[in-house]
Design a protein around this ligand. Structure first.
Ligand code: PLP
Length: 396
């Protein structure tokens, strides 16, 4: 089964394949000039022939359907990207914001309120944890964390006032894989929503909405933009959810720059091509790491040693993306010996870039997160292999 064949790709109403939609969806030649590519509408405000037309556009529901009046609330370049991403996710609607955090914050603010309980996976991106475990409790929301791969623990952690479960599909940084269909069933039987961050896999590798998630978030900064040059975020889901996210995104001033929307849109057109390369290289790199004596363990969703490999086999197609985490034998000295010996790979935070990025994490048990890039596989393997050979093996 390829990722393109997976259920949900040709969801009702979607007659074209994923790659076709990545290129075409949301875009038409510019009505004013017939420019083939969607223009970057770099404007703060929009003009009207009459005051009455201005009044009609400012009506909030109109503004979200193309009645533009101010780019914090809506912009045609960003709208084109939103339509493209909604199509790729099989979603009724999508909203794009200035960053992944702007998108995630607007989503959780719109779903939970004071007095609610939110259940969150215990392994998530550090700043998402700040938002959910620090900020929300100060706003009167009860938050508790759970091992999201332990479904009995998830059921036991639900409370009468649990409004939502929040998880990453592939977790940052420990690469645990959430069983989205099972979690959706648990959440829905409790009257709660399942909110999912799928930044690490991208919609090419996995689409959570057809499996029952209520909303999917991405840091579009990563695989969607794909070139490490723009910050943006997106939430996709039912219009009833996305309307609420737009309301909050507008109120916190989280609009994406039209230029960034354009960069993400350009990146998304090649998402299938890039994810094929990331996946091919990731699979080969995980194999190299797993067989090297300097490596204690590697977690990659395409490698059978992954603790959630059965879940990966069930949910994902045969492409598993570029993200993995590796534990080098020893401690911080050995971890740094590895990262500092790389030459082609860049030592950097972030992920989903064309460049292979290695990210040492001394505060997370001396693990190294690797975002496999799109360079030639032989060159990535040679660089990582040489860096592993430079690690002093512990005596005994
Ligand atoms: N979600 C995940 C899983 C991430 O890794 C990140 C950033 O690294 C974010 C959300 C936040 O995205 P952004 O940096 O675009 O705000």
């Amino acid at each position: 089964m390829t990722n393109d064949d997976r259920g949900g790709d040709r969801a009702p109403g979607l007659t074209q394949g994923f790659a076709t939609r990545a290129i075409h969806a949301g875009e038409t030649p510019d009505p004013a000039t017939r420019a083939h590519n969607t223009p970057i509408y770099m404007t703060a405000t929009f003009t009207f022939d009459t005051g009455e037309e201005k009044e009609a556009a400012v009506d909030s529901s109109l503004a979200w359907q193309g009645g533009y009046f101010y780019s914090r609330t809506g912009n045609p370049t960003t709208s084109a990207l939103e339509a493209k991403l909604a199509s790729l996710e099989g979603a009724e609607d999508a909203v794009v914001g200035a960053s992944g955090m702007a998108a995630l914050a607007s989503l959780v603010y719109s779903v939970v309120r004071a007095g609610d309980h939110l259940l969150v996976a215990d392994d998530i991106f550090a700043i998402s944890r700040v938002l959910i475990s620090d900020d929300l409790p100060r706003r009167g929301v009860d938050v508790s964390a759970v091992d999201i791969t332990d479904l009995d623990a998830v059921r036991a952690a639900l409370r009468p006032n649990t409004r939502a479960i929040v998880t990453e599909v592939l977790s940052n940084p420990f690469m645990r894989i959430a069983d989205i269909p099972a979690l959706a069933a648990i959440a829905h039987s409790h009257g709660a929503k399942l909110l999912v961050d799928n930044t690490f896999l991208s919609p090419y590798v996995y689409r959570p909405l057809p499996d029952g998630a209520d909303a999917v978030v991405h840091s579009a900064t990563k695989y969607l933009a794909g070139h490490g040059d723009a910050l943006a975020g997106v939430v996709a889901g039912a219009k009833s959810i996305i309307d609420g996210v737009r309301y909050h995104l507008d109120a916190i001033g989280g609009a994406a720059s039209p230029f960034n929307s354009w960069l993400v849109m350009r990146g998304v057109r090649t998402l299938p091509l890039r994810m094929e390369a990331h996946s091919r290289n990731g699979q080969a790199l995980a194999g190299l790491l797993a067989s090297h004596p300097a490596v204690e363990w590697v977690r990659y969703p395409g490698h059978p040693s992954h603790p959630d490999f059965a879940t990966a086999e069930r949910l994902l197609g045969d492409r598993r993306g570029g993200m993995m985490t590796v534990k080098i034998r020893g401690g911080a000295t050995e971890m740094y010996a590895f990262t500092n010996a790389t030459r082609l790979c860049s030592i950097a935070v972030s992920l989903g870039d064309l460049y292979t990025l290695v990210y040492p994490m001394p505060k997370r048990g001396d693990i190294v997160r690797i975002s496999t890039g799109c360079e030639d596989r032989e060159d990535i393997l040679a660089d990582v292999g040489r860096a592993l050979d430079a690690v002093p093996l512990p005596v005994g």
